[in-house]
Every structure is written in structure tokens, then in C-alpha cells.
Design a protein around this ligand. Structure first.
Ligand SMILES: [Zn+2]
Length: 246
């Protein structure tokens, strides 16, 4: 989670060929910083580098760390959750609970319906994985928007600030962000997570309205809204691969 939504715009995928001939893909995010940071995320390697870094410097550092990176990437793929098949009977996460995808063949496509334990779909081609995925994701985005807005209203009142503008994001590497215009972006995939984790991310981003950094002061604002934030941060990391399967 970053404090500025702007960094995301600058993220570009790069490819570096290693001496072994292997290709390493990474996302480069140029930031106001002095050192280079390497991070393994569910979407792979992300490099945070100073804005004025040269290509040569960057490559040298990545090559130096190549074995560490591939070890981490291997561990990541071992942890990775199997890809969703978007088929009848499959289980999805919804607010931290399983729901079973129930796909019915019907000449007319119907709106997705959520009943206890099930997500009902009706469409002409029930084996059209793309169509199923599209419908389900659309539904999650719509639900997420309503759900997150409600949490944002309650928690911003608790913090004593006006409810900020909520935008729904589809970012691959972050759960939320808050920009200098005081708009909050939340990733729709969070709608799969247990409610307390959604609350945590909302509190985290709201705290950025007061402190646009990750200083001790920032964390004390977070703690005033969400005392058990350390536990939530850990739990969110653990949930991350599951939430990214969709
Ligand atoms: Zn943050």
C-alpha cells in the first residue's frame, strides 16, 4: 500500500536477460528515494529505484541479487493458489467465506445472484470461461463499491473527517492508496477478504488523509482507528495470494 496513487502510473514492466540466458521480468517504479528496493509481490518482482538511476546501475544491482530473486520467486510460485477455472461448482472467496459458483444454462443471461453459500449465474454458454469470469468480476466490483463506501463513511466519521471520494482500483500490487487530492482507491479484490481486513485497509488509507507517510505519527492515527493493525497487516499478507487468484 502506498501513500500516493501516482507511483502506480509510472510502473512499467522491464525484461532483463541474465547471464544464464534466463529472462527476468520486473516492474520498475521510479520514486523519490536514494536506494534501490526489491520486492517480490504476487505479480512478481517490483523494483523501486531513485528517479535518476541509470540502466547500468539498475542492471548491476538486479544481477547481484539474481539468486535471491529467483529463490523468492520460486517460493512464491510454490505458495501460489491454483488458477480459477470459472466453472460450475468452483469455490470463490467472498468476505472471507467460501461461496460456490452455481452456473445454469439459460437462453437469457440473468443478473448474478448471491444466496447463502452460493453465487448463481445463468447464461447461454455456461462453459464460456471468459463470459463467466466477466460477469462474476463485474458483480464483485459493484458489490465492493457499495460495501467499501459504507465502511468508509463509518470510519471517516470515527476519524472526524468528511467521507473522501472512493475509487475502485484493479491494481495488481496494492490494496489501497490515497493521493494528494484526498481520493481513496481500494482494490475490488478486497471484497473477497474477511471484513476486518477490509476495515483495516480503509483505516490505513484514511489515516493517510492526516499523515501522507508511514511515520510513527501515521501509525498512531491508524491505531486510533484500528488498534490491532499489526495483526491485520500480517493477515492481509497471508491472504494476498488467495485474493489475487481472481
Ligand atoms: Zn500506506
Amino acid at each position: 500500500m502506498d501513500r500516493s496513487g501516482n507511483a502506480e502510473v509510472g510502473a512499467v514492466t522491464h525484461i532483463l536477460t541474465l547471464p544464464s540466458g534466463e529472462q527476468m521480468h520486473f516492474q520498475l517504479e521510479l520514486r523519490q528515494r536514494r536506494t534501490i528496493g526489491l520486492k517480490i509481490t504476487p505479480s512478481g518482482l517490483v523494483v523501486h529505484a531513485p528517479k535518476r538511476i541509470s540502466k547500468g546501475q539498475l542492471e548491476t544491482i538486479i544481477l547481484q541479487k539474481a539468486s535471491w530473486i529467483s529463490k523468492k520467486l520460486q517460493a512464491l510460485s510454490a505458495r501460489q493458489v491454483p488458477e480459477l477455472q470459472w466453472q460450475h461448482g468452483e469455490q470463490l472467496w467472498l468476505l472471507g467465506q467460501y461461496v460456490t459458483l452455481d452456473i445454469e444454462q439459460n437462453v437469457r443471461t440473468k443478473a448474478v445472484q448471491h444466496v447463502p453459500g452460493k453465487l448463481l449465474l445463468a447464461l447461454p454458454e455456461p462453459h464460456d470461461r471468459e463470459a463467466v469470469a466477466r460477469k462474476v468480476v463485474q458483480w464483485y466490483v459493484k458489490q465492493a463499491k457499495e460495501d467499501f463506501l459504507r465502511r468508509l463513511e463509518i470510519l471517516s466519521a470515527k476519524l472526524g473527517v468528511p467521507t473522501p471520494v472512493l475509487l475502485i482500483s484493479n491494481a495488481r500490487t496494492r490494496w489501497g492508496s490515497c493521493n494528494s487530492k484526498k481520493e481513496i482507491r481500494l482494490n475490488w479484490r478486497l471484497y473477497q477478504a474477511p471484513p476486518h481486513l477490509i476495515n483495516y485497509v480503509v483505516c490505513h488509507e484514511l489515516a493517510h488523509l492526516k499523515e501522507m507517510n508511514h511515520s510513527a505519527r501515521f501509525w498512531s492515527v491508524v491505531a486510533s482507528l484500528y488498534p490491532d493493525y499489526k495483526e491485520a497487516e500480517k493477515s492481509l499478507k497471508a491472504w494476498s495470494p488467495k485474493l489475487h487468484a481472481m
